[in-house]
Design a protein around this ligand. Structure first.
Ligand code: SAH
Length: 382
């Protein structure tokens, strides 16, 4: 048995703060932006104007903000819209319906986001931390450990940037408007609690304060940090909670999701059912199907017993094998039998379509691998 992992939580220690990026308007609510603009000696309504450009029109270039006096534009943009995400590369697959963006942050950290177009909606999968401290052995991000928490604006800007890409018509066959956001990129969102909740508030606030998304269209995925789930349930938000369960029994979950050594299956499900009761939202139970590890019929039956009659939906994710991993995805017949048993127990179950596999953009593959190649190439040519 491995020892209990350290659970990194949002920290305000000076060392961490030093690594944080400059403040951006998306870090602040509208009142905060108005106060800041006033401090800069400008009329408070400029906060609304610049917010309308950023959240309403998805414009961030001060030259295009022609309703602001030319002299003011640059100054306000410098202070309120510093560049947070430097695009390193964008990769496309699934005939252009999936795009992965790799960003370099101000301190050199790398994070990734994924844009997925469907006939009826556009979803972005965003990162909440650079790296991750949860150490799930099947997840590529988990292997590298945690670098740092992202700021609220670094989180929000991923969605705003990719909303702009969608609005440009880049995702053929999909609506131009971003509709869904999932916190399923790099990092454990509930370990960066305050910034993630602030980011959710920006995403759902109507323009110009925010992006105006529906709360129901936002999903926060967690390994199961029980106190944070309970705290989220007490916010006046009703976002969808996804719980990365991956095993119905503590023996196996202790290994697959090491935080289970701290909060057991029964405890985390208890918190999930409280979340469902308080918000009226069905909890999404995430279960990566790993060949001969967690895909046995008896585990399907045990999972079925745990979930029967609850406000839950099971999302089976075919494992995306990560480099160096000893694990593989379950064979399709095994997966079908698992689904059949869950449904027989009365549990609603679907298998997730795995977008972005060829560009390492599928669940658990986000590890900024491209950039290691870039750095290697740069070192070789230096
Ligand atoms: N830290 C959060 C969000 C990260 S990833 C969480 O764990 O929920 C989103 C989902 O992808 C999680 O359910 C995660 O367990 C799953 N995942 C990670 N690696 C995977 C892999 N290699 N194959 C399939 N799913 C994976």
């Amino acid at each position: 048995m491995t020892s209990l992992p350290l659970i990194p939580v949002a920290s305000d220690a000076p060392a961490r703060r030093a690594a944080m990026p400059p403040q951006h308007l998306a870090d602040l609510d509208l009142a905060g932006r108005q106060a800041l603009v006033a401090e800069l000696g400008e009329p408070a309504f400029r906060a609304k104007q610049i917010s309308t450009h950023y959240f309403g029109r998805l414009v961030r270039d001060p030259q295009l903000m022609t309703d602001l006096p030319a002299a003011t534009r640059e100054r306000l943009a410098d202070r309120l819209l510093p560049r947070l995400l430097n695009p390193v590369r964008e990769l496309t697959c699934d005939d252009g319906a999936t795009r992965k963006a790799l960003w370099r942050l101000h301190d050199g950290s790398l994070v990734e986001s994924v844009l997925m177009g469907y006939p009826d909606r556009v979803t972005v999968c965003i990162s909440s931390q650079a790296g991750c401290g949860m150490a799930c052995p099947f997840c590529a991000t988990g292997q590298a450990g945690l670098t740092r928490n992202l700021s609220t604006a670094e989180i929000v800007d991923q969605a705003v940037y990719l909303a702009g890409v969608a609005a440009s018509g880049a995702v053929a066959g999909s609506p131009p408007r971003l509709s869904h956001v999932v916190f399923m990129g790099m990092g454990e969102p509930l370990a960066n609690y305050a910034r993630v909740v602030a980011a959710i508030r920006r995403l759902v606030a109507p323009a110009p304060e925010g992006l105006g998304l529906s709360q129901r269209h936002i999903t926060v995925s967690t390994v199961g940090l029980v106190p944070a789930i309970r705290r989220l349930a007490s916010e006046d938000l009703s976002v969808t909670l996804a719980l990365s369960l991956h095993a119905p029994d503590d023996d196996l979950r202790d290994e697959l999701v090491p935080v289970n050594q701290r909060w057991k299956v029964a405890e985390v499900l208890d918190a999930a059912w409280d979340y469902a009761a308080r918000t009226g939202r069905r909890v999404s139970i995430e279960y990566a199907m790993i060949k001969d590890v967690n895909d046995q019929p008896w585990r399907a039956d045990l999972l079925g017993r745990l979930l029967a009659g609850k406000l839950a939906h099971v999302n089976l994710i075919p494992l995306n094998p990560t480099p160096g991993s000893r694990w593989d995805a379950s064979p399709k017949p095994v997966e079908r039998e698992f689904v059949r048993r869950l449904r027989a127990a009365g549990v609603s179950t679907t298998v997730r379509d795995t977008r972005g596999r060829e560009i390492d953009g599928a669940c658990g593959q986000l590890a900024a691998a491209e950039d290691r190649d870039i750095d290697r190439a740069a070192a070789a040519s230096a």
